[in-house]
Design a protein around this ligand. Structure first.
Ligand code: GLN
Length: 549
């Protein structure tokens, strides 16, 4: 029988519901259970693909090409279970399914209402693939009391009724603030949040309380009494050095036991936490440290490049090193001297991004890294800018640029040479996909996993130790393969290509300590217990460089 755990949040947002869900998934796996983690987001966008990273953080892409919330990245990093399209849903998607059906005539004769039509659609989504796992963990985005969240809360209430006793539990994450002046921990916001939950028919089985430190038993008892939850089901989620300490910290707080008890499952079942003990050792006892510059546009919000930050940390784990990533807004190089900013770093990473703003600065960072022989990692737009730099400065194609910045590119005007062009037709698992620049913006990029064939004896084939790889993509533009010959004469090699040879997937400079650009997003597949080989090798190169700086 599949068991469902619904995770809701209260009091304020950003308490770490996604991380809590991910860490609980890892703990259940450590007891030998199969899990799947899902996110139900109440916002009206069909998916987060069209939202600004400034507002919503990174867009996480799944193997099957869904653009999802960054919490799915946490889920994958903690459980290693590859997320699917069916693990992420929003009100927008639910409503668009319902409205499609209405137009098709599926509900002919009926008045379409939130209850039952919208709630039914949500319930159907929760159940997808339920038979494949022991536990389905469903996190509801936002906080209880949000207007948009109501259909989701109502749907999970109905769902638990229909599934019957023992198949669903509710876990609520709240905040227990400490008031400095009175020296007290305050339980009232949690009491109010639980009251709000109750008013819509949901009673939490477990309360996870965010606080700076562990919550003393006295306060736990008080919370239990006022919130009608067993004292042993009040779990403190206190501040940690690293998010990867969360599974062990939650285990110390007996979160896994509380969940098993709530389902009346055997708590003696074997438990293997060796993976997390290993990760924790890596975090807490690094032997050295290395400073990496991340030159991008969305540097003000750490979440915008969440997976890159995590993958760098994992690369550090592989080298017993603490990675200190510093975010630099690329626009600064358009006004000030590049070297003065970059010379004290052991490596430079230019991540993905969209739009022209800051692009020239990224090109300057790539030039600096190439000329000064500083390890360089270009990801997606970062790779494209490194190619534009080489085209301009090595191949002397003065007007080399990307169509992204000059669309609609007019062949008559000849104002740019589109080394990076808008891809309108490509192969996806044997199927031809066609796109126009004027098409809808949502979900129309080259998305999800695609294979790349690696050139033998290249640096990347050594790093991956493979002939073919599969990595996740999210972009509209591509490096034009017709510049391969010109650039290869100038010391670049196109070391990874799409299986039909038409799309450059990886570029590298053999005569450089470490200069690699990839069209895909390797950061999305890195895990703390299995760092991505490109990130491990990049940090290794940075360490080597740090000994020279
Ligand atoms: N804007 C670029 C493109 O669409 C790169 C996208 C990215 O970096 N993910 O091709």
């Amino acid at each position: 029988m599949t068991r469902f755990i619904f995770i809701t949040g209260g009091v304020v947002s950003s308490l770490g519901k996604g991380l809590t869900t991910a860490a609980l998934g890892a703990l259940l796996q450590a007891r030998g259970y199969k899990v799947r983690l899902r996110k139900l987001d109440p916002y009206l966008n069909v998916d987060p693909g069209t939202m600004s990273p400034f507002e919503h953080g990174e867009v996480f892409v799944t193997d099957d090409g869904a653009e999802t919330d960054l919490d799915l990245g946490h889920y994958e990093r903690f459980t290693g279970v590859a997320a699917k399209k069916t693990d992420s849903i929003s009100s927008g998607k639910i409503y668009s399914n319902v409205l499609d059906k209405e137009r098709k005539g599926d509900y002919l004769g009926k008045t379409i209402q939130v209850i039952p039509h919208v709630t039914d659609e949500i319930k159907k989504f929760i159940e997808i693939g339920e038979k494949e796992v022991d536990f389905m963990l469903c996190e509801i985005g936002g906080t209880v009391g949000d207007i948009e969240g109501l259909p989701f809360f109502e749907a999970i209430r109905q769902f638990s009724q229909e599934k019957g006793v023992g198949s669903c539990i509710f876990m609520h994450l709240t905040l227990v603030p400490y008031i400095q002046t009175s020296g007290e921990l305050k339980t009232k916001p949690t009491q109010h949040s639980v009251k709000e939950l109750r008013s819509i028919g949901l009673s939490p089985d477990i309360l996870v309380c965010r606080a700076k430190d562990r919550i003393p038993n006295e306060e736990k008892k008080k919370l239990a009494l006022f919130c009608n939850v067993k004292p042993e089901a009040i779990i403190s989620a206190y501040d940690l050095n690293s998010i990867y300490d969360a599974p062990l910290a939650f285990h110390r707080e007996c979160l896994d036991i509380a969940v098993l008890n709530a389902f009346q499952l055997d708590t003696e079942k074997k438990l293997d936490l060796s993976i997390w003990k290993g990760v924790s050792k890596n975090i807490n006892f690094p032997e050295g440290e290395v400073r990496i510059a991340i030159v991008g546009k969305y540097t003000k919000l750490g979440d915008a490049y969440k997976s890159i930050a995590e993958a760098l940390t994992h690369g550090g784990f592989a080298n017993n090193t603490k990675v200190i990533a510093e975010w630099i807004d690329s626009e600064i190089f358009e006004k000030e001297n590049t070297a003065s900013y970059l010379q004290n770093f052991s490596a430079i990473l230019v991540p993905g991004g969209f739009g022209e703003r800051g692009a020239e600065g990224k090109i300057m960072a790539a030039k600096f890294a190439r000329e000064k022989k500083v390890p360089f990692f270009g990801i997606c737009l970062g790779m494209q800018m490194a190619v534009v730099e080489a085209a301009r400065n090595l191949a002397k194609i003065k007007n080399a640029s990307s169509e992204e910045f000059h669309y609609p590119y007019s062949k008559d005007k000849k104002e740019i040479v589109p080394i990076i062009f808008h891809l309108e037709k490509w192969l996806d698992q044997g199927k031809i996909i066609t796109r126009k620049f004027t098409d809808y913006k949502g979900g129309t990029m080259r998305l999800g996993s695609y294979d790349a064939v690696l050139i033998p004896r290249s640096k990347v084939s050594e790093i991956y130790n493979a002939k073919t790889i599969s990595e996740r993509h999210r972009h509209r533009f591509e490096v034009d393969i017709s510049y391969k010959e010109i650039l290869e004469k100038k010391g670049f090699i196109f070391s990874g290509l799409s299986p039909d040879g038409s799309l450059p997937e990886i570029i590298e400079i053999p005569d450089h300590p470490w200069f690699i650009g990839v069209q895909f997003h390797p950061e999305l597949k890195s895990k703390p217990f299995s760092p991505h080989p490109l990130f491990s090798d990049f940090i290794k190169a940075a360490l080597k460089q740090s000994r020279l700086v």
